[in-house]
Design a protein around this ligand. Structure first.
Ligand code: PEP
Ligand code: MN
Length: 337
């Protein structure tokens, strides 16, 4: 951290800043320029109240040298994080393929989809039991019954299950029942939820918020990791832009940026990004080509009659056909699934 004082700052002002820094166990290294004093700050600057310093008339600006996230930062953890779920490792050479419907609708539906995506090569089954819907009048998910059906599908197919947790009140149930807990885009900054998930050791699929920056996403990962849970998987699922043709805008640069900034695995959700089923296959190929650690794709056995997100769901047949080109693209980077 570097503090730049205003040209009118006095020696007393400088001494006050030095006192504040020392009270925060940091050391001040002032440099006297022709017009301004610049103070380099050495030590753990995380505790320093920047707003309080900026409120002082004689402080011109504060510059950050390091990023505010530590545990999620590649600088302090140069090698990629590997997250084990059952016998699969997320973030290594094997790509993570998560497939399934937006929401669990019935026993017949989830079992049929689970068996088909498993036969095609998916490694995980997704399915919402508690759904975050824009309208309070829309289907809210099968809730507890939905979780039971996911468990049944896991038992029948062996596929580990991924499902979204919306409320802190259900956390123990999710820890017991699901293999990866999804935090949806709308809850990316539900800090109480993130803190509670930090107290568990469950793998967390953390989706990027609707208009969250990379730093905000990584700060949310930091909330979970600060509690002691290092098993965080990032997910880019499209962001809000001025474009309305697609549901969101898929930001594939997120893979490159987040891999540079962080050691955490990142997977792509082309379904919620595009909002259109016919874009999902090409975007999936692009995501693997750009170096994503995997995909989470909405797949339905009857998209036209899906209760939720049918327009962006590909059929089980199209999903099966997509696997071969994805394997070929993965091979270029010595990856497989
Ligand atoms: C979902 O995965 O079904 C979902 C609601 O995702 P998101 O939070 O990315 O909108
Ligand atoms: Mn959905």
């Amino acid at each position: 951290m570097v503090i730049v004082l205003h040209p009118t700052a006095t020696q007393e002002n400088l001494e006050e800043i030095i006192r504040i820094l020392e009270n925060n166990d940091c050391k001040a290294c002032p440099t006297y320029g022709e017009f301004q004093i610049i103070i380099g700050v050495i030590g753990n600057t995380q505790q320093i109240d920047r707003d309080r310093l900026l409120n002082k008339k004689y402080v011109d600006k504060i510059l950050s040298v390091q990023q505010p996230y530590k545990k999620a930062n590649r600088m302090f953890h140069p090698e990629n994080s590997l997250i084990q779920v059952g016998n699969q490792i997320i973030g290594g050479t094997q790509l993570t393929m998560i497939a399934g419907p937006c929401s669990v609708e019935s026993e017949e539906q989830i079992l049929d989809i689970a068996k088909k995506v498993k036969a095609s090569g998916a490694g995980f089954l997704r399915g919402g039991a508690y759904k975050p819907r824009t309208s309070p009048y829309a289907f809210q998910g099968m809730e507890e019954e939905g979780l039971e059906l996911l468990k049944l599908a896991r038992k029948e197919t062996g596929l580990p299950i991924v499902s979204e947790l919306m409320s802190i009140t259900k956390i123990d149930k999710f820890v017991d029942d699901v293999d990866i807990i999804q935090v949806g885009a709308r809850n990316m900054q539900n800090f109480d939820l993130l803190k509670a998930l930090g107290q568990t050791n469950k793998p967390i699929l953390l989706k990027r918020g609707l208009s969250a920056t990379f730093e905000e996403l990584l700060m949310s990962a930091e909330y979970i990791m600060a509690g002691g849970n290092d098993n965080v998987i990032l997910c880019e699922r499209g962001i809000r832009t001025f474009e309305t043709y697609t549901r969101n805008t898929l930001d594939l640069s997120a893979v490159l940026a987040l891999k540079r900034l962080s050691h955490l695995p990142i997977i792509i959700d082309p379904s919620h990004a595009a909002g259109k089923w016919w874009m999902v296959e090409a975007l999936s190929k692009a995501a693997i080509a750009v170096g994503a650690d995997g995909l989470i794709i909405e797949v339905h056995n009857d998209p036209d009659n899906a209760v939720c997100d049918g327009k962006q769901s590909i059929t089980t047949e199209r999903f099966a056909a997509l696997m071969e080109p994805l394997r070929l693209i993965a091979q270029i980077d010595n990856r497989n699934f």
